[in-house]
Design a protein around this ligand. Structure first.
Ligand code: UDP
Ligand code: MG
Length: 311
């Protein structure tokens, strides 16, 4: 469970979890990742660890590394046969995990279960762009992206191991989850309202995330240069013939200043645009080759199953 500024939510979440799994015949561990919160999330987590008899693991990041890094760190610390990623803000109710478990236990050929939002309850404009994004992504890359698929997922152990084997720094989890393959069962759900705090993602950060997703999972943008180059060469060639024919058989009376200027500007713009795309890919190669860790742990606290009847 990645937590960024969730001080009011973590203990509520813990109680919900306890209620959900009480008297269930299974061992539960909760892995909290404090992703460099600016509020007192870590104190709240430490309180839980001190007071409660539940297997709790707390990963405290040295700064905010982002939800992607937090999910990776959390998955790395899990030990269960089944692993669930869930948000801290109670938009995804812990009791929905029981449904996931039921599905995975009754459908042997499935390896993951994923909740997706059938109807998005957010801003119309954002959900419109999200829909377009998923469509473009599926067209552009080799993996399939399901519109509305959330990070609220359950994996079997071997799927988690597969996800962890992808050690790229620019992590785009939705792509990674599809890329590793395996059979996923999709269930529709409607997320609740956030209990406390506000969402960390606004239009700008979602746009950046979308671009990062495209660059991580597709090289199609690089082909813009090739195809537009070919197209413009063809146009130029045809135009050249027209000009030569004009020159030989007619007289050219207009100096063509406007045409010339617009062509230069258009093609200049296109070249810069393509250079920018290539630059973006190079920047990613640069970041990957530095091989920095995905996150840095400041501390790691682990509390074993003290009281099994609680879990
Ligand atoms: N989160 C995180 N690091 C961040 C931003 C968010 O760990 O830099 C966590 C956050 O605490 C929450 C989950 O990721 O548990 C989803 O975040 P949020 O609720 O802000 O996103 P939304 O539900 O609007 O997609
Ligand atoms: Mg949320």
């Amino acid at each position: 469970m990645p937590c960024y500024n969730e001080e009011e939510n973590v203990s509520l979440f813990y109680e919900e979890c306890k209620k959900t799994f009480e008297n269930k015949d299974m061992l539960i561990e909760i892995v909290f990742i404090n992703d460099g919160s600016k509020d007192d999330t870590i104190d709240e987590l430490n309180k839980l660890e001190a007071e409660k008899n539940y297997a709790i693991k707390i990963i405290n990041f040295s700064r905010n590394f982002g939800k992607e890094a937090a999910m990776y760190a959390g998955l790395k610390r899990t030990t269960g046969d089944y692993v669930v990623i869930i948000d801290a803000d109670l938009q995804q109710k812990p009791e929905l995990i029981l449904k996931m478990l039921e599905i995975i236990d009754n459908n042997d050929d499935y390896d993951c279960v994923c909740y997706y939002q059938e109807k998005r309850r957010e801003n119309k404009l954002i959900s419109f762009f999200k829909k377009i994004f998923y469509r473009i992504m599926t067209k552009m890359s080799d993996v399939e992206f399901v519109n509305g698929a959330s990070d609220f997922r359950l994996f079997k152990r071997y799927v988690v191991n597969a996800i962890l084997s992808l050690e790229e720094k620019n992590r785009f989890s939705k792509g990674i989850f599809s890329w590793v393959g395996f059979k996923t069962y999709y269930i529709p759900y409607t997320p609740e309202d956030r209990v406390y705090g506000k969402s960390s993602f606004n239009f700008r950060s979602l746009f950046k995330y979308a671009i990062s997703g495209i660059l991580s999972f597709s090289i199609a943008p690089l082909r813009i240069a090739t195809y537009s180059g070919l197209l413009f060469s063809l146009i130029a060639f045809i135009y050249m013939i027209i000009v030569i024919v004009q020159k030989i058989f007619f007289t050219i009376d207009v100096p063509g200043y406007a045409t010339l200027l617009s062509c230069v500007l258009l093609i200049g713009g296109l070249i810069l645009f393509c250079l920018g795309i290539i630059g973006d890919y190079i920047a990613r190669i640069y970041i990957e080759t530095k091989n920095r860790p995905i996150y840095i742990e400041k501390e790691y606290i682990q509390k074993e199953h003290l009281n099994d009847e609680e879990s």
